[in-house]
Design a protein around this ligand. Sequence first.
Ligand code: RIB
Ligand code: CA
Length: 324
Amino acid sequence: MKKILIDCDPGIDDAIAILMALAAPELEVVGITAVGGNVGVDTTARNALALAALAAGGAPDRQVPVARGADLAMFAEKRRAESVHGIDGLGGVRLPEPSWPLEKIPAWDFIRDAALRSGGSLEIVAIGPLTNIAMTLAAYPAAARSIKAIHIMGGSAGLGNATPAAEFNIYADPHAAAAVFQSGIPITMCGLDVTRRASLTPSGLEALKAIGGRVLSPACAMLDHYLAAYRGFGLNALALHDPLVVAHIVDPSLVTFRPYRVEVETEGKYTTGKTVVDIHGIAKRPPNAQVGVELDVVGFIALMTRLLCSYDAPGGQGSSREAR
Ligand code: RIB
Ligand code: CA
């Protein structure tokens, strides 16, 4: 089993990623930390806890700890995405009330503790702005030695989505992203180059709705809202950005990566938040990230479907660990 911690800003695609990870027998989710991004951190933290409660299905041994982190970047103005995820961050879909509280310690303390407890095996799934990760590394530099890898949804070797040049997670806190890419910790980067192609069509969503299930049905309700937002941008399929990160950790065959040098622009008038991916090695600097370049979208959708349906399987993830 891979030991992972999810740092996120749920957010509808974060929600799907969290529900996939909590269903995957290949993964042990040691905790979830929330960061401000799509919506404010009070909401992302509440959403993360509610999603963990949905996944737990009332099983007392499935209460994954959730810690609240930073709301804003240190040097960038507030950037949100309520137009995509809704004011509540989950498209207005109501989830069960959690039966356990948020952790009392902040995200950066939780991440440090989880890294030290893991003995160097902790892999971080970073699917929101990287503020919490950068704060952990700044507050506890030694923690970096206990983090095996950071799997990022963020950036792009090509165009952006928050600006013409920058992808949202990096744009929301470019200085934090620069610190993470310079940390020396092994990084996989699923940028828009691959996540834009991790797409679900309206007919694909209808097929998922027809299956239904304890977790799949509310997930589809969130995706309905997400698809409507994409249609508002003139697009007729939604991009499952964050879920692709969980998918490639579960099944490494789903995404092809190449080693590249990635620098983060923090001072450009039009390019702040851009990940400058040196595909041709022009700067002659050593690679600092494995960058996703190809994906198996059919395999990805099949894995996502299998994981979200597993909550309804006998002895599935919604039951207690002992029963599996
Ligand atoms: O650009 C896509 C990313 O920004 C995703 O993580 C989505 O949840 C938003 O945070
Ligand atoms: Ca996200």
